[in-house]
Design a protein around this ligand. Structure first.
Ligand code: GAP
Length: 490
């Protein structure tokens, strides 16, 4: 993770927000390479989920919407996480990410340990328990360490669980619910009647426009509405770089189906489809997994996360939920407008049910960075490279004249660069040893370098095409170059 964060900063992918003022926790800025990466992710998703499907339409709704929407959706009442404060250190934790366990020796409790959730917490907790036993001079057998999160603690345990900040018990508060929506004021008056919210998900923009799209489009059940856009959550503990931030982007689809449809099969089909899409843009099968939710929200019929092996452990990447007709029914009740659709096929009217694949752009970007980051050796020298899929890579190709001080090479290279640039994001690099220029491109994940040398201008016009991953070089014509680039971008 440290190597990825360092590379992101060094090569201009991602910066901390407000860095010149010491940073701003939970917010990030995307530099010249990061913005390309992000745009490529969104474009690939939009192309595959909207343009290449006849049954999905796009939407771009406003970030700030009537607060009534968030009352109807249940976010005002219940979009919260349990938090716990340490009264001594003033640190704040998400209670469901703060784990604890009693430490027992010969069945007798000698104290409690606490630990913040991460991939190695069980091993770390066992080491901490061993240390407690040793320090206290206890003899006998250490019992198994059974970690529970703080929301599962009995009130009598609050006083006994140590704060992760101080290591001492007695300073943690009971868990309290904390609403994650950011509030703002709309209009000149600043009384509470003007309170509005920055949307915590793009989904409600889809539900609140469902009627408009049904009335103005030519949609037929089953159909989907897709949206990409910013979402904001006042996360209690933003962490792991851009994995959980307070401002992020979502790519969401609400896929409307008949209440009579076999929703379980459609849900499974969406999970498979999303999984395959992740493979198609370069995530390796062995880093993906599934997490089928056992605890469900009251409106959900099923929810499966596609997970990814991040450097800090296996975590949710893409949530795919079967949400019944909860949202549309709520909006029908609160707005007084009908959400029923007439189904031509069955000649019946109903409020459709929905399958919701919901993916975070930033989280996917982090997964792609993690999967792409590679260290190897070329000619006895260490190199780090990003093995991005060509669709995702910020630059698709770099054009390098072999020598900077040979005008005929530079001119020919410039001509090729000008043509390539019309079709692909192309990098121009004329300075430095050719090997070093290749390394620079490897580090930012440019799949191909095109070198213009004396054979290009004196012989057959072919150029050297160098492959990032294998470092193999071959001579190709300009036509072959275009064909290869075009084929790789689908
Ligand atoms: N409309 C459903 C919904 O918003 P969610 O599981 O809360 O569901 C969906 O979020 C996806 O959005 C997650 O799977 C994740 O990829 C992304 N996401 C959620 N909170 C995030 C955060 N604080 N930072 C970055 N991405 C986040």
């Amino acid at each position: 993770m440290d190597a990825i964060v360092a590379l992101c900063k060094r090569r201009g992918f991602i910066f901390q927000s407000s860095e010149i003022y010491g940073g701003y926790n939970g917010f990030f800025d995307f530099g010249p390479l990061g913005v390309e990466l992000k745009k490529n992710i969104k474009d690939a998703w939009w192309k595959d989920m909207v343009h290449r499907r006849a049954d999905i339409e796009g939407l771009d709704s406003s970030i700030i919407m009537s607060p009534k929407i968030w009352v109807a959706s249940g976010h005002v009442g219940g979009f919260s996480d349990p938090m716990v404060d340490c009264k001594v250190s003033k640190m704040r934790y998400r209670a469901d990410q703060l784990f604890f366990a009693p430490v027992r020796v010969n069945y007798e409790t000698i104290g409690y340990i606490s630990i913040i959730e991460d991939g190695s917490m069980q091993a770390d907790a066992e080491a901490a328990a061993e240390k407690m036993k040793r320090k206290g001079g206890h003899q006998g057998e250490l019992g198994p360490i059974e970690l529970k999160d703080y929301t599962e603690a009995d009130p009598s345990e609050y006083e006994l669980i140590p704060s992760p900040a101080t290591g001492e018990p007695g300073s943690l508060t009971p868990p309290r619910e904390f609403n994650l929506m950011f509030e703002t004021k709309v209009g000149a008056l600043s009384d509470s009647s003007e309170t509005a919210y920055l949307r915590p998900e793009t989904a409600q923009g889809i539900f609140s426009n469902y009627r408009n799209i049904v009335d103005t489009g030519r949609v037929k059940i089953p159909f989907g509405i897709a949206q990409i856009g910013k979402a904001f959550r006042n996360e209690i503990t933003p962490k792991n770089f851009i994995f959980r931030s307070r401002e992020f982007e979502q790519m969401e689809i609400e896929y409307f189906i008949s209440p009579e449809a076999d929703w379980e099969t459609i849900h499974q089909d969406w999970i498979t489809h999303c999984h395959k899409w992740l493979l198609s843009i370069g995530l390796p099968e062995e880093m993906l997994g599934r997490d089928v939710h056992e605890k469900l929200a009251h409106y959900a019929r099923a929810c499966t996360d596609i997970t990814f092996e991040f450097p800090f452990g296996k975590q949710e990447l893409w949530g795919i939920a079967a949400r019944s007709n909860f949202d549309l029914t709520q909006h029908a009740e609160h707005s007084g407008k009908t959400m029923e659709i007439f189904d031509e096929a069955t000649k019946t009217k109903y409020i459709p049910h929905v399958i919701e694949p919901s993916l975070g752009v930033d989280r996917l970007l982090l997964a792609l960075l993690t999967a792409a980051y590679t260290e190897d050796e070329v000619g006895g020298e260490k190199r780090s490279l990003m093995k991005f899929h060509p669709r995702i890579a910020p630059y698709k190709v770099a054009v390098l004249p072999l020598l900077k001080n040979k005008p005929e090479l530079v001119e020919r290279a410039k001509g090729i660069y000008d043509k390539l640039q019309l079709r692909y994001n192309t990098f121009w690099d004329a300075s430095g040893a050719i090997g070093r220029r290749y390394r620079r491109m490897d580090e930012i994940g440019t799949p191909w370098c095109v070198t213009i040398d004396f054979d290009t201008i004196e012989k057959d016009g072919t150029v050297t095409l160098r492959d990032r991953d294998t470092t193999e070089q071959k001579r190709v014509t300009e036509e072959e170059l275009y064909a290869l680039l075009d084929a790789s971008l689908h």
